[in-house]
Write a protein that binds this ligand. Structure first.
Ligand SMILES: [Zn+2]
Length: 164
């Protein structure tokens, strides 16, 4: 599998590497393991799903931005968050389509659509079509894969390597 397998996996399938509004972050699995907590590593790099109702972010509705816990790319806004009742932070759209890549996932009998951070490839969650208006989408995200930045606080600089 090529190291940058998620390229071109954006929702429209039209994104080429040179059209992305950010530099990709590619680290080895060893580097990710060293950077992340064990639980966060399992979600972001091994596509595990955290237990329902385990994330404090599920109940957060303050204004702010949700950035990728791996590379700090903004992925979701509080403007698009809602209570899906599932026990996972849920949104009806991402902050920017270009920041998300998707892939069909056949781990369950019924195919579902896995999505990930387009910059570092970190697994975030799955998108379903039973969400609220106006999109009808439910972006069901692992809280461990996100970091919440309250409105008024500066967003973290994008991670560029193992040291920052
Ligand atoms: Zn990322």
């Amino acid at each position: 599998m090529p190291a940058i397998w998620w390229l071109g996996a954006g929702r429209t399938g039209l994104h080429a590497e040179d059209s992305l509004p950010f530099e990709l972050l590619e680290l080895s699995e060893r580097e990710w393991r060293d950077l992340l907590s064990t639980d966060t590593y399992r979600v972001l790099r091994r596509e595990r799903t955290e237990p329902a109702f385990s994330s404090p972010l599920d109940g957060v509705y303050r204004d702010g931005t949700y950035v990728c816990a791996g590379c700090f790319l903004p992925l979701f806004s509080s403007e698009h968050k809602y209570d899906s009742g599932t026990g996972w932070p849920s949104f009806w759209q991402p902050i920017d389509d270009r920041h998300i890549g998707t892939r069909r996932d056949f781990r369950l009998i019924i195919p579902r659509t896995e999505y990930h951070c387009a910059r570092c490839g970190g697994h975030q969650g799955h998108v379903f079509d039973d969400g609220p208006e106006p999109t009808g989408q439910r972006w069901c995200n692992n809280g461990l894969a996100l970091r919440f930045v309250p409105a008024g606080e500066a967003l973290p600089a994008l991670r560029t390597g193992v040291n920052g």
